[in-house]
Structure formats: C-alpha cells, structure tokens
Design a protein around this ligand. Structure first.
Ligand SMILES: [Zn+2]
Length: 216
C-alpha cells in the first residue's frame, strides 16, 4: 500500500489520539471551509493564531506534543505567530481558487502549484520510517522553523488531489449563498450540496414549496 507523507504523519499522530476521518473528506477542503465566506455570518474560523492551532490540532494536522511546543513558541515570538497566520490565510485563498476553479482553469491550477511548492520548498525536515502497532509508515519530521512546517499537511492534501486527478470531484455547494467546498465521493458523482442536512434540505423544501404553488 502506498502511504503519502501526510497519511503517514496522520497515522503517527493518531497513535496518541486516534481520529477517524471519513473517506470522503479532504483536509485541504475542510481548511478552505474555515474562511469567512464559508462561515457566514460567523466570520473567519482562524481569527487568531491560537484558533488556527486549535483547528489544526482538532483535524489531526499536528499532534499534542507539537501543538504544545508551537503554542510556547507563539508566546515567545508573537510577530512570527502573526506572520504564520497571515501566511495560512494566503495559502487558504489559493486553495479556495484551486477547489472552485482548478478543474476548469489551468492558470488557477498553475498558481496553486506555485503556492504549494512555495510552502513545500521552505520546509526543512527529515524523512523516516516508523512502525506503530505492527504497521510501517513513512513520516516527515519538520526541523527548524516550526511555524513554517505548519502548513505542510494542508498543501500535501491539496497536492494529493492533483496527483490523484480528483479535481473534477471537488466543487462548491450548489446553493448560491453557500461558499462551502466539498469532495464528491458518491458513486455517480452527482452530489450537489455541501451537506444534505442543511443546504440539501433547504433546496428540497424550496422545490416542495414551488410544487405546491403550481398545484394551486
Ligand atoms: Zn452548502
């Protein structure tokens, strides 16, 4: 079985606190959905560096130990933490472009690749082979600037979408008021809503209302 670096890291982090991620979710898309457009009217989920750290931790992008280390560094170096937050939002904007328009526009795709490579290119680290619970996984352990390494899981996840040629299954919710993006993991590839419980249901209710008006 092929294990991407990101999967390996996630498996390593999962050793301490197992997190089950449904197969149809994609970390980079969850990350895009933290922005202010997707979170209306609540606003940007990554409102400060601490919020970013909590979100990354909750989504298995960093483990307990690294989260604690980075939190300590952020207190000592508030300017570097603030810059990391600005950078995260910049990467996120580029990934939103990739999610919404990457399939149709080569230029958008190329821009995202430049952004992905910018993040990957500045992260120094070591690669290693780990064994957990009898399974071998590849891992990437960042060294040097901890803030710089933060964004790697996000861009690795987006890179996976390009490598696996799955952008055609990535789209924005069909509700024009909803800015959430999602990966369509259905068999027929005809999923239209970010979530059946919210946007899907609203659309169903609207169709029902339209039908009752015509019936009268
Ligand atoms: Zn939606």
């Amino acid at each position: 079985m092929l294990v991407s670096l990101f999967d390996a890291r996630r498996a390593t982090a999962g050793d301490r606190a197992p997190r089950l991620v449904p197969a149809s979710t994609r970390l980079w898309l969850d990350f895009v959905n933290t922005d202010a457009a997707a979170q209306l009217p609540g606003g940007d989920l990554l409102r400060d560096f601490e919020a970013l750290l909590v979100w990354f931790h909750q989504h298995g992008a960093i483990d307990d130990e690294r989260a604690a280390g980075i939190r300590r560094r952020a207190v000592l170096q508030p300017a570097a933490a603030a810059a990391a937050l600005v950078d995260a939002r910049r990467v996120r904007a580029s990934l939103r472009g990739l999610a919404e328009k990457g399939q149709l526009h080569e230029r958008v795709r190329d821009d995202a690749v430049v952004e992905i490579n910018r993040v990957l290119g500045r992260s120094a680290g070591t690669r290693r082979l780990d064994r957990h619970a009898g399974l071998y996984t590849r891992a990437f352990v960042p060294t040097g600037d901890a803030f710089a390494g933060l964004m790697i899981p996000m861009v690795e996840s987006a890179a996976d979408a390009l490598v696996n040629d799955e952008l055609a299954r990535v789209r924005r919710c069909a509700d024009p008021r909803c800015h959430r993006v999602f990966f369509d993991g259905t068999k027929n590839g005809r999923r239209r809503w970010c979530d059946m419980g919210t946007c899907g249901n609203r659309a169903k209710a609207a169709r029902h209302r339209a039908r009752s008006v015509t019936a009268h």
